[in-house]
Design a protein around this ligand. Sequence first.
Ligand code: DQA
Length: 166
Amino acid sequence: MVRGDLSLRLQSLSWKRNSNVKKVMKILVIHGPNLNLLGKRETDIYGTRSLDEINSTILSLAADLGIDANIVQLNSEGEILDAIQKSNYDALIINPAAYTHTSIAIRDAIAAINKPAIEVHLSNIHSREEFRKKSFIAEVAIGQISGFGPDSYLLALRAAKNLLSQ
Ligand code: DQA
């Protein structure tokens, strides 16, 4: 076989392999302000698990589901906006923490990206103080998961997988 012939065959083989490869779903998980203090902060409300422990369970489920999950914790609104505006993901899971109740900027960023977003809370924001019942994010999210502790993130991951598989 001549050289050119072999390289052509290899090219066509690699094209075939690539065309069979399923695109890996990419999910961005954003933890908002003060969630870096989980495990030490108001443990009667938010539980005793640290953010690192919660992130490990998210990554482990993501691996089981074949999802590429990128997790960030950001304390400032501007950094959250920058992360949302990056287009390197297919769906967003966000716990905007206190910004849930105040941030029209985060609401507008989610509306702008045109990607499914799931709002997550550890506590049930509807059973707490009056000011927590208002979420600016809920209107632009596909749905809200609130009150299941760290499992809220895992439920959101499963929901995101199902959404992207449709
Ligand atoms: C929270 C609920 C918010 O009201 C609060 O400001 C948080 C955490 C939750 O996960 O339960 O910081 O988003």
